[in-house]
Ligand binder design. Structure first.
Ligand code: THU
Length: 142
């Protein structure tokens, strides 16, 4: 489902605010994400780095965690995601975030700066074709 320019501007503002809270002493690359849910709420996240680098949490997954903590995992569905960075650089969501976003909104629209400096908008399904889904077949092998 499309979102209005007003909603998009609000999401950008909220993502920018979240970015200022980032903990990124190692990469110095601050990321903010804002999620619009089907309920019409906005939740944000920022990247949280760790001295054990692999434990770093991306802004998008932090925003998903906040949305679920507020709306509940069985209810929360994502309509749109906006990702912003400081410095302003191309930043498509990483593979792990694509998989996590897919669980809560395959048709959600993701806005991010692409390699060509333009703001791209792609659905999660477009960003992650053939997303992994656990089906009953995985649980009961023939
Ligand atoms: N990062 C995000 O927060 N989201 C992305 O989609 C890509 C990368 C963060 C992780 C790390 O703190 C920093 O950017 C550099 O990789």
């Amino acid at each position: 489902m499309k979102i209005s320019n007003q909603e998009l501007n609000l999401l950008k503002d909220k993502a920018q605010q979240a970015l200022t809270k980032a903990y990124a002493p190692y990469s110095k690359f601050r990321v903010g994400a804002a999620i619009l849910t089907d309920e019409g709420n906005i939740f944000t996240g920022c990247n949280i780095e760790n001295s054990s680098y692999g434990l770093t949490i991306c802004a998008e997954r932090a925003a998903v965690a906040s949305a679920i903590a507020n709306e509940g995992g069985e209810i929360m569905k994502i309509r749109a995601v906006v990702i912003v960075t400081e410095p302003e650089k191309p930043c498509a969501p990483c593979g792990a975030c694509r998989q996590v976003l897919s669980e809560f909104g395959l048709e959600a629209i993701v806005f991010f700066q692409g390699q060509d400096q333009e703001i791209k908008q792609l659905t999660v399904a477009e960003l992650l074709p053939e997303a992994f889904e656990l089906t009953i077949r995985h649980l009961h092998k023939p």
